[in-house]
Design a protein around this ligand. Structure first.
Ligand SMILES: [Zn+2]
Length: 116
């Protein structure tokens, strides 16, 4: 599936999600049978892989005349060397993008978090 085009992947995923929705709104016994232990464990593994993939997105490290993201780069005056540093606010949009996607994932647990 790794070479499947994005529109095709989107259609495949949407078809699976629509099927899940139909099952969730249908007979309880079918829903329970469909959501067996193996499927739940696959979804857990998927969520962990997706979180790791999201967090693996790197900051812009363009080391040409522009600095790249200030969260990870610093140029020493008079030196062409770009030094990686950590701790300043992200200026490339990576952190905002990561946070937006993690919030989407966390929304599944919103009700539980509200009651925790
Ligand atoms: Zn950044």
């Amino acid at each position: 599936m790794s070479e499947t085009r994005i529109p095709d992947l989107t259609e495949i995923l949407n078809n699976h999600i629509e099927r899940d929705e139909r099952i969730a709104h249908g007979d309880g016994a079918v829903f329970i049978a469909y959501n067996d232990q193996a499927r739940v464990l696959r979804e857990i593994a998927f969520k962990r892989a997706l979180i790791a993939d999201i967090l693996a997105e790197e900051h812009d490290l363009d080391d040409s005349e522009y600095l790249g993201c200030l969260a990870v780069t610093q140029v020493t005056p008079g030196s062409p060397e770009v030094v990686r540093i950590v701790g300043r606010a992200c200026t490339c949009g990576r952190d905002e993008s990561v946070a937006r996607r993690l919030r989407l994932l966390a929304a599944v647990y919103e009700e539980e978090t509200d009651h925790a």
